[in-house]
Design a binder for this molecule. Structure first.
Ligand code: SF4
Ligand code: SF4
Length: 271
């Protein structure tokens, strides 16, 4: 359907912008991603003035075209600078071997994808050090640059995700804002624990496992940890409660980890 004006395209009204006191904590849906930089005028970015602002984003996987493109990021950076903020792009290294495993590897990939100072107008920082932060009784190592920032900006590409269902801003921080050690801990915590006494060998867990990590026959239950991704599907599906998590559901841990990254901050979030 053709949108009639700028406000329609941004799916937000001026009345909301001007009238609501806690505007920074509201959820706003942009219907046209290209209008995002323009739409930042709807946020009260004045409080970002003079602040170092990490723009938290995923700068893409090798041979995968789905990431927020540097051209759009450049415009967001421009808007933040217009608000007299001092933005820099930020992400952490990942826990699996590949092109984002070390800082050097990730910097190379970021450059290849166009995330350079010249193209986006600000520094690009990759880090893997963190500060222990407790949420709901568990410790998450929040990346130094996020922990020490008073203002942060999330730029997340939304995607279907085999473990978290939908990956967006919460995953951008919950997994992407913490150290390798915390990433591994979150994954390990959601692996299944089997209780033989309760098992009826119904085979439901094997049916739902997307990675063929479980095999069940009439009197045996086999689990291959090498194949398991800790998605939790088998735990949720077991009708006899014979499976439980090592510690807790991945989605819960991601939410807590994201909270550790963003708590007590001023934030502008976009997806
Ligand atoms: S779903 Fe539960 S009860 Fe059925 S085979 Fe798997 S572990 Fe056993
Ligand atoms: S946690 Fe997911 S990947 Fe692992 S065995 Fe269960 S269903 Fe399969």
């Amino acid at each position: 359907m053709k949108k009639s004006n700028r406000a329609d395209r941004l799916a937000v009204s001026k009345t909301q912008k001007m009238g609501e006191k806690n505007w920074m904590n509201k959820v706003v849906f942009f219907t046209d991603i290209a209008k995002l930089p323009d739409g930042l005028s709807y946020f009260s970015l004045e409080s970002f003035a003079g602040k170092k602002v990490p723009v938290k984003l995923h700068m893409g996987e090798e041979n995968n075209p789905y990431f927020v493109k540097p051209e759009l990021v450049k415009d967001v950076v421009k808007q933040l600078k217009k608000a007299h903020a001092n933005p820099f792009l930020f992400d952490t290294t990942v826990a699996y071997h590949g092109s984002r495993y070390t800082k050097a590897e990730y910097q190379n990939l970021a450059q290849l994808h166009g995330f350079t100072r010249k193209k986006v107008g600000c520094d690009v920082i990759i880090d893997d050090t963190g500060v222990p932060t407790i949420v709901e009784g568990r410790t998450y190592e929040v990346a130094d640059h996020l922990k020490h920032a008073t203002h942060i900006f999330a730029l997340s590409h939304v995607k279907g995700h085999i473990q978290s269902g939908m990956g967006g801003a919460i995953k951008n921080f919950g997994m992407g804002g913490v150290t390798k050690e915390t990433k591994i801990k979150i994954h390990d915590s959601s692996y299944p624990v089997y209780q033989k006494d309760a098992c009826t060998y119904c085979g439901v867990c094997a049916e739902v496992c997307p990675f063929d990590a479980i095999k069940v026959d009439e009197e045996s239950w086999e689990y291959n940890e090498q194949k398991c991704f800790g998605c939790g599907a088998c735990v949720d599906a077991c009708p006899s409660k014979a499976l439980s998590f090592q510690d807790a559901d991945l989605q819960f841990l991601l939410a807590c980890s994201a909270k550790a990254c963003v708590q007590r901050k001023n934030r502008a979030v976009s997806e």
